[in-house]
Design a protein around this ligand. Sequence first.
Ligand code: CAA
Length: 259
Amino acid sequence: MGEFVRVEIEDGVATIRLGRPKMNVLNAQMQGEIAEAARQVSADDDVRAVVVYGGEKVFAAGADIKEMAELSYVTMSVRSERLQGFTKALAAVPKPVIAAITGYALGGGLEVALAADFRVAGEGARLGQPEIQLGIIPGAGGTQRLARLVGPARAKDLVFTGRHVKADEALAIGLVDRVVPDADVYAEALKLAERYKNGPAVALRAAKQAIDSGLDVDLDTGLEIERLQFSALFATEDQKIGMKSFVDEGPGKARFTGR
Ligand code: CAA
């Protein structure tokens, strides 16, 4: 349990709750706490899905500019590994992860959301990579994950201009997956997460790893990753349960154990 990041677990779903006044600005300590929270939910077998939530008003307005303003090249070249490390830890959570975005998700804040599998945004959300206006570029994975998600031209538009995108545009370009009234964002994200809590956890993990690893390699290597993951699932209890249930009762009735 960190000072700025809490993990709350209820009924198979963990919420990683960001809480640093004002604006959930991500200083170095908070980045470390997010990485720690990601490792905690990864290791806990009772956690089957994860929601990352910044509260009712703001998701996160980015890395702490005041903390970074005077850093030298030498210091930042060491710290930049940590900066990418905390979003890497989140992206590596081997379970479905949903970002619940209200208000601003800017810079490192958007990069946290990009490390999730799905993004639910409130109607009043504002998303962007405004780093160019500070004379820098996104440094917590934004240039890579944004381009993979929305394509290079749209990523360049957002990164070159630093402009804020409203929820409706974010939905249209695939930057978010669902837009709901601001007050419903967390409930909607929980609803999506709950879909997975009784799912075949090992198959969900394999699906996430095959898709994410496959995006980084050529097609043949990706297909090989899929083949190995696919075959390995025949060693799980859930594959036996899922197929027997289909044969005996028809589709969609399996009661998976997560093993
Ligand atoms: N770092 C440090 N402080 C920040 C901050 C940030 N990223 N974002 C907001 N704040 C602070 C403001 O300085 C202000 O503090 P004080 O009240 O002590 O003056 C407080 O939060 C509220 O901010 P505003 O008064 O500016 O509120 P607003 O409603 O007028 O504007 C905002 C909100 C649009 C988010 C605006 O604050 C803003 O543009 N923030 C900076 C966003 C940004 O550039 N993020 C990228 C950071 S760099 C990065 O993230 C690098 C990376 O890739 C990891």
